[in-house]
Design a protein around this ligand. Sequence first.
Ligand code: RIB
Length: 291
Amino acid sequence: MRVLNFGSLNYDHVYEVDHFTQPKETQSSLSYIRNFGGKGLNQSIALAKAGLSVFHAGKVGNDGQDFIDYLNRYHVDTKYLVKDDGQATGHAIIEICDSQNRIILHGGANQDIGKQQIDETLADFSNKDVLLVQNEISNMAYLIDKAHEKGMFIAFNTAPMNEKVFSYPLEKVDLFIVNEIEGAGLAGIDSDDLGTIIEALKKKYPDKKIVLTAGELGSYYIDASQVIHQDIYKVEAVDTTAAGDTFTGYFLASYLHDGDVKKALDRAAKASSITVQGRGAAQSIPEADQL
Ligand code: RIB
């Protein structure tokens, strides 16, 4: 079994601020740093640090060689990562205040992934392999369709959740990974009550596996026969960026290793509790021995 993560790569421009910038306001940042990020890249790094061998497919622009080097440093295979000199690498503007973040995305090369690149990449994968996707690249519906045609196991982290998700062939997804807001969106309900969200997800996707993270309230695994809860590990958070990506990578790596859901939730909870204690995205994801 091999894991193909087809996902975004962003330069994260991170500004620590006194308060989130208000309409009509100009404020100076307290600090600035540029990091490697993108939900796709972060999740590949998490999978690799968790010990899985992972292929990252995607697209960067003329300034994207550093991403290839960075992924290679963590033994992520970048043979399906295209460098297109006519594009700009995706980027994110991130405000950090009191450990919370606000993120503006510019897709850039992530939104220029075409059907040909998808076909050429998937040609090397089979029904023994796993596809992981997030919602930050173009041609998602085509990608899910084609991976399903091949019989791949498909895991979909629906972040960032938007209306486009409902234009994808969701019936072909095997495992959804969502937070509570994405879970409510995916279930098509307007509620922040966790019990209501879980019931609505079970009803709408009775044959799917679903992992739901709920911040302080921990995380859940839901399928037709069971709901399993995992508490958080309480820590002092300084920056929650990439906590969800860490959870996704560590959950998937452990789950694919031995199918033990409880263990996978526990490892994912531990790993993301470490991520929130560091600043930045990919760089704050722990190595497996830190757990
Ligand atoms: O999940 C965090 C990531 O979301 C950041 O690294 C940013 O690039 C956005 O994709």
